[in-house]
Ligand binder design. Sequence first.
Ligand code: ADP
Length: 482
Amino acid sequence: MEIVFAASECAPWAKTGGLADVVSALPKTLVKMGHKVSVFLPYYRQVAKLAPNAPVVLPSVTVPFPSYNRFVRILDGGAAEGVKMYFVDCPELFDRESFYATPSGDYPDNAERFGLLSRAIIEATKVLGVPDVYHVHDWQTAMLAVMLRSVYYFDPVLRHIPAVLTIHNAGYQGAFPPQTMEKLLLPWEMFTFDKLEQNDTLNFLKGGIVYADAITTVSRTYAEEIKTAEFGNGLEGTLQRRSGDLFGILNGVDYEEWDPSVDPHIAAHYSAEKLEGKKECRRDLLHAFGFGGIGEQTAVIGVVSRFATQKGFDFIVDIIDRLAQEDVVLVMLGNGEEYYERLLMEVAERFPAKVRVQVKFDNVLAHKIEAGSDMFLMPSRYEPGGLNQIYSLRYGTVPIVRATGGLEDTIDEQPNGGGNGFKFRGYDSEALLEAIRRALAAFRNKDEWTAMMRRGMVEDFSWNKPAAEYVKVYERVIQNRS
Ligand code: ADP
């Protein structure tokens, strides 16, 4: 089967979160299973730095707008592990400081940027080869599914080609003023509540949900949650209507990238059978955060996260005074919204002996935190899939999580200490503090703790099973359209 991935992120080229990891790892697994996969990604400034001389495959693809055309180039990004990479080169839209936004807000022309991306990918594939199925991701490429079934409706080579939309996060929908319809040359009759309109805006994600042949999201629990008002962010009704075509497929992990027995970014290698190296990683991590004299009895709690409301930092801030009285240190890595960057820096200034924060995106440090921490904290308000808790399991870093989405599906707390982590429910910072205290109590019992670490480390969250589930979804939509 031939699959085209259309996405706004793909590791290692362009990454802000889990989307990039999925778009990198799932295609590799599909190729191993015998499928042919190509990935289309914008030629952002950051991508151009990594691939400055990418050869031109198509020198000019025309993307029309109401009173002008844009002309984009398609570049050859090579093939890593059999996955063909293509870059969509449009410097006036993608050669920028960031992917989507500056710390003070979104780029004002994001609708044009990602509308163009979808159209350029459709046009490029008409020349390079139309796949059996398009797999689009989040609002940024959801329009591809809309365009296939509207402005490309009569195209004889696309008519029977289905699109699958994966929702990595329903909190980001791509909502734009109504006039964007005209800007993207979409017919006004689609600007209705059952199609593209939501609260008098053009909602890209909604369009994808309505027009894709199937919708997947990144855990079973999140697939249920987004059908409710609490998690659907206004799209719950639309998702309920598509519930027969909505599937929850838990994200896998790329163990070539995230495994402490081979990880090139960490101070020492270790595994479930040979744990010694983790101590060296812990020392190295504490050093990276400038901590000295921290004994083995002190629990090192790690955080790696986008700084956004979703991630539940307000719960941590609520309890920080009391947490600081415990025998713990907190090491945090993240960036994103300015508000949280400032808030967490302030917390670190208040508790210099307990809390250290590094505000940046740093993949190597993320690996060091996974390896060197004793516990990993993810108190997310919602978490579609969540990857860090699964990485943590493999690194013997016991997760403390809020029971939502993929966190609920992967972390199991047992009353007798027999699970793989600690979990709290409700929007309740007290419950978080209690969960951390339960973890600290378990940490004091070294045998119990080591057994829990080992249980997590041997669990298998590789991509094989989820990739097979995606193939089933592809087969289903191809069949339905043939
Ligand atoms: P989300 O996609 O909501 O950001 P996930 O847990 O699914 O959350 O995936 C986050 C991914 O991004 C992980 O691979 C994590 O290591 C990485 N990440 C997030 N923030 C940073 C950062 N500041 N530096 C390095 N890696 C980060």
